[in-house]
Write a protein that binds this ligand. Structure first.
Ligand code: PLP
Length: 437
């Protein structure tokens, strides 16, 4: 816990922190951002790492297609569409008095198959990588084989002798639980108090062990890690430190590039791309942003969006203290309707990796997320969970913050909608009602 005098020193040094502790919606521009080419060299993560992840997902595609028939349309590749949202653009421009003159696009990870959130990228990838390593080690497969074999009983038998554990606010648990159970692993999900009942119910139905905690995310992760460390047959999916999760997310970069190209959207120096990513612990948005920087370089600017009550990544990056501090240190309570973003301490690995690459962070109030949730349903008939709306004020923040190129008619603004399709209808209706008249 940080001393009160230290908190006051930080507020003096960085006045924005005073506004953050007053839970105002703020924008922070990263002074340590540098050119993509020099920035990437500092990270320790490479294009080869991301290509390796991409190739692995291609090897697994025939298996995914076989066991999750909803992925047939994409030949077993778990991907979501990019959708233009012109009505939302007009509504946002009017409501927030920010003329968004470029195109506004939505990356619909709310519609990702299998688990309906951005976690279907990194979470599923890490489980597949672990399964592949075990299968190779036990002589069941080579990388040249057809991976539909993973659905055969001998694989299931092998995996049933191995455990997987993860700590989660909900959506990571869903992805890890569903994928692990499908392969046959003995899987335990440690859920924070924020996790929704329907997510726990769904996992238990699939044979996943769910352990519940009265505490927040950090506690669920810590307990999960402790129990897993005591058991050598257990693989712990470490949301705070996992390179594999990060790489699974980063594969999105090349896929977005192909999707934008296919729809005729040009991205280069004169046609900049701005991407707004809801951020919890950081792995999802960090990995995606990293993948985007790899393919688009300086032509893309990435921003993380966090709830006003949980701006852990922003505080960590501003102070350079990363995972050594929590939002609670600054008197914030980490209580938010955006359960996917209810994280008090950010990933130090992601914060440090993104330090030379990220354009900035901004915060958004819960009430704003509800308002935008309703607006998105009303104007575009797209239903998102509260966390997934955090990206939506990004263009407004960038334009009001005079971010270079953001108000250009040549700009493309890509809001990353991170979840929603799995939310039960009654729950979604009550969110909608919270958006007001
Ligand atoms: C997990 C999650 C995020 C953020 O991902 P992190 O890796 O925790 O930063 C954003 N939106 C939703 C809906 C999520 O479930």
């Amino acid at each position: 816990m940080m001393e009160k005098t230290q908190v006051n020193e930080w507020k003096e040094k960085l006045p924005l922190i005073g506004q953050m502790t007053a839970r105002e919606e703020v924008l922070w521009l990263n002074p340590l951002k540098e050119s993509t080419s020099t920035g990437l060299q500092k990270t320790g993560v490479t294009a080869e790492n991301v290509k390796d992840a991409s190739d692995r997902l291609k090897r697994f595609a025939p298996y995914i297609e076989r066991v999750f028939p909803e992925t047939k349309v994409s030949n077993g590749i778990i991907e979501s569409p990019i959708t233009a949202i012109p009505n939302m653009k007009e509504a946002l421009s009017n409501q927030y008095k920010a003329a968004i003159s470029g195109e506004l696009l939505l990356k619909e990870d709310n519609a990702l198959p299998i688990s309906g959130s951005i976690k279907a990228r990194g979470g599923i990838y890490e489980i597949l990588k672990h399964a592949e390593a075990l299968a190779i080690e036990h002589g069941l497969i080579t990388t040249a084989d057809n991976y539909t074999k993973f659905a055969e009983p001998e694989f299931h038998n092998l995996f049933s002798k191995h455990k997987i554990a993860v700590g989660s606010t909900g959506n990571l648990g869903l992805s890890i639980g569903i994928m692990s159970a499908k392969l046959g692993f003995d899987v335990t999900v440690h859920m924070s108090a924020d996790a929704k009942q329907w997510k726990k119910d769904m996992l238990r139905e699939k044979g996943v062990t769910v352990v519940e905690y009265a505490d927040d995310y950090s506690k669920a992760v810590e307990e999960g890690r402790r129990q897993a460390d005591a058991d050598p047959s257990c693989h712990f999916v470490d949301d705070e430190n996992s390179l594999d999760l990060f790489l699974g997310y980063a594969v999105a970069g090349e896929r977005v590039a192909a999707q934008l190209k296919a729809r005729g959207t040009i991205v280069n120096k004169d046609n900049p791309l701005f991407v707004y990513l809801p951020c919890g612990v950081g792995g999802g948005p960090g990995g995606v942003a990293f993948g985007l920087k790899l393919v688009f370089g300086d032509a893309v600017s990435c921003f993380f969006a966090e709830p006003t009550h949980s701006p852990c990544m922003m505080l960590g990056m501003m102070t350079g203290l990363h995972d050594k501090i929590s939002v609670q240190d600054f008197g914030l309570d980490n209580k938010t309707v955006a359960d996917g973003l209810a994280v008090g301490t950010a990933s130090g690995f992601v914060g440090k990796t993104m330090e030379p690459l990220l354009s900035g962070c901004y915060t958004i109030a819960d009430e704003t997320m509800f308002k935008l949730l309703k607006l998105s349903a009303d104007t575009e008939n797209i239903r998102l969970e509260p966390s997934a709306l955090a990206g939506m004020t990004g263009p407004v923040q960038a334009i009001h913050g005079n971010v270079k190129g953001a108000n250009s008619a040549n700009a493309t603004h890509l809001v990353w909608a991170t979840g929603g399709s799995m939310v039960p209808e009654a729950e979604m209706n009550s969110y909608y009602d919270m958006g007001g008249k």
